[in-house]
Design a protein around this ligand. Structure first.
Ligand SMILES: [Zn+2]
Length: 63
């Protein structure tokens, strides 16, 4: 039985080095809406398709 890999996103990894926000989750699908919400509230950014691709690439597995 494979254990589910945890995933992690750090805002700093997409360029917001001053932002200490990070998110853990079980899948990209689950995490992206929360990241979009954070981007909108904190960075006043609307993440469109292109930016979401960038965000997905920045999500990595946590050992
Ligand atoms: Zn941020």
């Amino acid at each position: 039985m494979a254990e589910q890999t945890k995933k992690e996103f750090r805002c700093a990894d997409v360029g917001y080095t001053e932002c200490g926000w990070k998110l853990e989750g079980n899948s990209e699908e689950e995490m992206v809406p929360t990241i979009q919400d954070h981007a909108a509230k904190v960075h006043h950014l609307e993440l469109k398709e292109e930016a979401v691709q960038h965000v997905r690439q920045a999500i990595r597995d946590v050992a």
